[in-house]
Design a protein around this ligand. Structure first.
Ligand SMILES: Nc1ncnc2c1ncn2[C@@H]1O[C@H](COP(=O)(O)OP(=O)(O)O)[C@@H](O)[C@H]1O
Ligand SMILES: CC(=O)N[C@@H](CCC(=O)OP(=O)(O)O)C(=O)O
Length: 299
């Protein structure tokens, strides 16, 4: 009994510590880009779902944008198709598109099921539903990468309607062009576009790395606060590679377009989302506007 009481008191203390943050973010829109290893490891997946469900329960308005790059790779290899990337974007021909669409829709509904199992009403949609995401063909440094979409318009009405009715929207990165043709979109692009269109308070990228490293393979070079001018410089000087490129470019774009808090977090750390929002632990990389001198959570 004594032990149970101690556990209860510990939990109460955590809750009391979190109260100012709950008050501050209450009713605010938080976009969570969920990808990388945290999507494949079952335990980490459950943790992420619990965190997001808790955020919803305490009054935040979370929206999940998920990836699934690793699942697409695995299904492509099962059917004998090679995965190719240019600057972190999948080269997507018709065949690859078919597999990607099937996999992303499955990942989407699986996540909805897990969230529902936590007692939260979730609705899974792709960027095709309600014409949420309109795209045109995207080129990467002039190279033709096939059916990859550049987002040209976001119609966030469906998302506002879902939030209004207290649903948790779960979005997968597909869109259509003006001829209703389906495109594959990088999920980081989707998260950023949705955050901008909805004037989100916060955009958090959950990935499979601690944050941004100055030297791609050197964890001791983790940068915990990165101003956008420095971020652009790191990109220009070639320090940022692969999947971190679209992620960091989107972070810069989101900050420039008025999203208040943009963060790259390590999805491999259990409950990283709660740690970032409710504590002063300073995990991951916070992307800051140039004039912002320090990342004050209390401000
Ligand atoms: N400078 C860098 N700092 C951190 N990660 C980097 C850097 N350059 C390249 N990367 C790579 O980017 C990857 C993250 O992008 P990605 O795999 O697309 O993530 P996600 O699947 O979560 O969207 C890291 O695992 C790492 O291999
Ligand atoms: C065009 C493009 O690259 N689309 C991505 C969409 C999924 C994604 O972005 O998944 P992660 O966030 O888990 O990497 C792809 O096909 O892999």
């Amino acid at each position: 009994m004594g032990n149970e009481m101690n556990i209860l008191l510990e939990k109460a203390e955590v809750l009391i510590e979190a109260l100012p943050y709950i008050r501050r973010f209450n009713r605010k829109i938080i976009i969570i880009k969920y990808g990388g290893s945290a999507m494949i490891d079952e335990e980490l997946k459950q943790n992420v779902i619990k965190d997001v469900s808790l955020l919803k329960l305490v009054g935040f308005k979370p929206i999940i944008v998920h990836g699934g790059g690793k699942e697409i790779n695995s299904w492509l290899s099962k059917v004998g198709i090679e995965s190719k990337f240019v600057n972190g974007l999948r080269v997507t021909n018709e065949e690859t598109m078919e597999v990607a669409e099937m996999v992303l829709n499955k990942v989407n509904k699986d996540l909805v099921g897990l969230i529902e199992a936590n007692g939260i009403n979730a609705v899974g949609i792709s960027g095709k539903d309600g014409r949420l995401l309109q795209v045109e063909k995207k080129y990467s440094d002039g190279a033709d990468i096939g059916l990859v979409g550049e987002i040209t318009k976001v119609n966030p009405k469906i998302l506002f309607d879902l939030l209004e009715k207290d649903f948790l929207p779960v979005i997968c990165p597909l869109g259509m062009d003006e001829n209703y043709k389906t495109y594959n979109i990088n999920a980081d692009d989707v998260a950023c576009a949705v955050a901008k269109a909805m004037s989100a308070e916060k955009l958090a990228f959950l990935s499979d790395i601690e944050g941004v490293y100055k030297y791609a393979d050197d964890p001791s070079s983790l940068i915990s606060e990165l101003h956008i001018t420095e971020a652009k410089k790191l990109i220009e000087e070639g320090y940022i590679k692969g999947g971190m490129l679209p992620k960091l470019n989107n972070c810069i774009d989101a900050i420039k377009k008025g999203v208040n808090r943009v963060h790259i977090l390590d999805g491999r750390i259990a409950h990283c989302l709660l740690l970032e929002i409710f504590t002063n632990k300073g995990i991951g990389t916070a992307i800051l506007a140039d004039q912002e001198e320090k990342y004050f959570k209390e401000s």
